[in-house]
Design a protein around this ligand. Structure first.
Ligand code: ADP
Ligand code: ASP
Ligand code: MG
Length: 305
C-alpha cells in the first residue's frame, strides 16, 4: 500500500532553533519563549541540550570513571535541569517525565559496556536534548503558547553510523509531513536537535553541533520558508568575535559564503546546515536570543554583498 502523504501546507512556516547557551537556564529560556511567541509563523522549535549538558554526557560516554565519578557527573546534569524545573509553575507532569529520563540516563551511564558500544553512547547523548525539549515546551506553555514536546526520532531517520549518522532525506520528508505538519496547524512542536534514529529504531546522533543541521533538515522536509538559528552572538561575524575585537557582524551572506565559513571553522553554524537550505531555497537567519532586537545575519540565495 502506498503511504499517504499529508497535503497540508503552512504558509511562511518558520523553524526556530535555540542553542545550548540560549537554553542554559530559566531566564535564558524565557528570552527564547518571547521570540517564539512574537512570531506566529514559528510552529516548529528545535532545541539543543542546555549548555554544559552534552559535554558532561560526552565525558561519561568516553572516559573510564569510577561509579562515584559517574554519579558526580549525573548530579551536575541534574542540577542544571532541576534549577529550570523549580522555576516552572505547574511541574507535576513535567517532573514525572524528567524523572523517567533521568532514570534511563542513569541506567545507561552505569552500563558496563558504555565505553565500548557506539549505540549506547548515542542513546546516552540523546538525553540532553530530550530533557531540554521537555522543559522548554513547559516554559512555552507558561507563556500561553500551546506547545508539545515531539520525539524527533520518529522523523529524523538516519543510517547506523553512530556519532556521525547520515540523514535519510526521503524518509525525513515523508515523516515530517505525515507526523509533524498536521499538529503544526494549531500547536508549536518542540523537538530535539542532534538526535535521530536508524532503520532498526536505535537512537543515533548527527555529530557535535548537529542541532543546526536538524533544524535545516526539518525545515526542508516541511517546506518551511525560513529557518532561524538563535544563539549567543548577533549573527555571523567576519571571524570569531570571541577571539578578536576586529570581528564585524555581517548583515547578509549567500548560502555558499556561509557554507564556506562554517566548513572553515565558524562554529556558529554546523557545516552541513546550508545543504538543505540551498536545496530548498530556505532563508536562514542567525541572531542572539538575548538581544533579538539587534537583528542578525540573513543567509539567502542572492545576497548583495
Ligand atoms: P549554540 O550553542 O547556540 O549552537 P555555538 O557555540 O555552537 O552556539 O556557536 C556560537 C559561537 O560560535 C559564538 O559564541 C562564537 O564564539 C562562535 N563563532 C565562531 N566563529 C564565528 C563567526 N564567524 N561568527 C559568529 N560566531 C562565531
Ligand atoms: N548538544 C549537541 C552539542 O553540544 C548538539 C548541539 O548543540 O547542536 O554538540
Ligand atoms: Mg552550535
Amino acid at each position: 500500500m502506498k503511504k499517504k502523504v499529508s497535503h497540508i501546507a503552512l504558509n511562511n512556516l518558520n523553524v526556530a532553533k535555540f542553542g545550548g547557551t540560549s537554553l542554559a537556564n530559566f531566564v535564558a529560556m524565557q528570552n527564547c519563549a518571547k521570540i517564539v511567541k512574537n512570531n506566529p509563523n514559528t510552529k516548529l522549535v528545535v532545541v539543543s541540550a542546555s549548555a554544559g549538558v552534552t559535554n558532561l554526557l560526552v565525558d561519561i560516554a568516553h572516559t573510564a570513571m569510577s561509579k562515584q565519578q559517574i554519579k558526580q557527573k549525573l548530579a551536575e546534569i541534574d542540577n542544571i535541569q532541576q534549577a529550570i524545573l523549580q522555576a516552572l509553575e505547574n511541574v507535576d507532569e513535567v517532573e514525572a517525565k524528567l524523572q523517567q529520563l533521568q532514570s534511563s540516563l542513569s541506567d545507561l551511564a552505569l552500563h558496563e559496556e558504555m565505553l565500548h558500544r557506539a549505540d549506547l553512547k548515542d542513546a546516552l547523548l540523546s538525553h540532553g536534548e530530550r530533557m531540554s525539549s521537555l522543559l522548554f515546551s513547559a516554559v512555552l506553555n507558561q507563556f500561553d503558547v500551546k506547545a508539545e514536546n515531539f520525539d524527533v526520532r520518529n522523523v529524523l531517520k538516519t543510517d547506523s553510523e553512530f556519532g556521525q549518522a547520515v540523514p535519510n532525506l526521503d524518509q525525513i520528508s515523508v515523516a515530517a509531513k505525515q507526523l509533524m505538519l498536521p499538529s503544526l496547524v494549531n500547536t508549536v512542536l518542540v523537538t530535539q536537535g542532534f538526535v535521530g534514529s536508524d532503520q532498526q529504531g536505535n537512537t543515533t546522533t548527527l555529530g557535535r553541533g548537529g542541532s543546526d543541521f536538524t533544524a535545516a533538515l526539518l525545515a526542508e522536509g516541511l517546506g518551511a520558508e525560513t529557518c532561524e538559528i538563535w544563539t549567543d552572538v548577533i549573527g555571523v561575524y567576519t571571524t570569531d568575535p570571541r577571539i578578536t575585537d576586529a570581528a564585524r557582524p555581517l548583515p547578509e551572506l549567500s548560502f555558499e559564503e556561509a557554507a564556506e565559513m562554517a566548513t572553515f571553522g565558524a562554529k556558529v553554524l554546523h557545516p552541513a546546515t546550508m545543504e538543505p537550505a540551498l536545496r530548498q531555497n530556505i532563508k536562514v537567519f542567525v541572531g542572539s536570543s538575548k538581544e533579538p532586537e539587534k537583528g542578525g545575519t540573513w543567509i539567502i540565495r542572492d545576497c548583495e554583498t
